[in-house]
Write a protein that binds this ligand. Structure first.
Ligand code: 5GP
Ligand code: MN
Length: 342
């Protein structure tokens, strides 16, 4: 049996809303990752299978090429390209699920439409400190993926029978990508109990792994070599590494969306490194990705230095300014964290 995490009160309140309403929108955070899309499409397939006809997934912008295979992506509205459709769907919804984000600023241009919508709202998320904007807030930072929470939510409503294979594939993908293919935040037995349930729904977990991780273009692999050989700076004193990549450098490698994903994790494979940062220029915006091993709080660093956030071992943020300025900010901040990096 799966242990109970979500409170009975939240399950009953959310179930009542889910049963009652028909025009349902599911929104997730900007730059959607495997868990954002996995939880959203997992819930989408479940609701369709249950018999809901008008369910719409909306993403603020595009997601990496290695997620395009996921079942249901063709029906997703990308608000960057179909802004009016997105706003119309949100304005006409009577129930909105907010998945894998804790504050409305994480859905960028969809923030105001969602805030102003009169629809009932249900948040399902695993980031710390959720903003209080929903009728039901299912927030569990101790759970490694929102996809796992969606699975738990479905089971606790007594609706496991409506989890079909596409739903199971999406949920598995989110659980896998938010744990680095079950290499961190993945020691709870419940994860493997859930996986066994998903396998019984017919998923091929090895094929999913391959679709996500083994479909890189040549440019990405060469770029990986380049950033590690030429662009990685080690701060031995602080057990820290920093990789930077300018737009011009990125463009040399025939880039596609999401192809720098995972670079930030590689320096952590060195014994001496506990904190790894990747700062890159992306269409004029500076994006910061932070990862750590052990107890170093990347979310504190992200919040204090870049007004970002995230989890203890994986965080991010954006910086308005030049790449050089973002790097200077990083290097100036580092000594302030000396005690935590010993
Ligand atoms: P990534 O490095 O994969 O872009 O982000 C890692 C994690 O950091 C995400 O799962 C998310 O929790 C958090 N994160 C990334 N960017 C931002 C941001 O701009 N603001 C906040 N609050 N969190 C972020
Ligand atoms: Mn997540």
């Amino acid at each position: 049996m799966l242990n109970k995490i979500i409170s009975e009160e939240n399950i009953q309140k959310a179930k009542k809303l889910a049963l009652h309403y028909d025009k349902i929108v599911i929104v997730t955070h900007q730059a959607p990752d495997g868990d954002a899309l996995g939880s959203s499409l997992g819930l989408y397939h479940f609701l369709k299978q249950f018999g809901k006809k008008e369910v719409q997934v909306i993403v603020p912008n595009d997601y990496p090429a290695f997620l395009h295979w996921m079942p249901g992506t063709k029906s997703v509205i990308n608000a960057e390209w179909q802004g009016r459709n997105a706003e119309f769907a949100i304005a006409s919804a009577d129930l909105i699920f907010c998945l894998d984000f804790n504050t409305l600023k994480r859905i960028s241009q969809l923030e105001n439409p969602v805030r102003q919508s009169k629809a009932k709202k249900i948040l399902i998320d695993h980031h710390l400190s959720p903003e209080d904007f929903c009728d039901v807030t299912i927030s569990h930072p101790e759970i490694s993926s929102t996809s796992e929470l969606v699975f738990r939510f479905i089971c606790r409503m007594g609706m496991f029978e409506y989890v079909n294979e596409p739903c199971a594939e999406c949920i598995y993908t989110g659980m896998m990508t938010d744990t680095g293919a079950f290499t961190y935040n993945s020691s709870s037995y419940a994860i493997y109990y859930i996986i066994s349930e998903l396998l019984q729904k017919g998923i091929d977990k090895d094929a999913i792994y391959s679709r996500v991780y083994n479909q890189c273009k040549e440019g990405r692999v060469r770029m990986q070599g380049y950033v590690l050989y030429e662009k990685m700076k080690i701060f031995d004193e602080y057990k820290t590494s920093l990789i930077t990549l300018s737009e011009e450098e990125h463009l040399r490698f025939n880039p596609e969306r999401g192809d720098t994903e995972g670079f930030v994790n590689i320096p952590l494979s060195m014994e001496k490194i506990v904190f790894s940062a990747f700062i890159r220029e992306d269409k004029g915006i500076i994006r910061i990705s932070l990862r750590s091993k052990g107890t170093f709080p990347t979310n504190r660093f992200a919040a204090e230095v870049y007004d970002g956030g995230g989890h203890l071992n994986a965080s991010g943020g954006e910086f308005l300014g030049t790449l050089a300025e973002a790097v200077r900010k990083f290097e100036e901040a580092l000594p302030g964290y000396r005690d935590l990096l010993e």
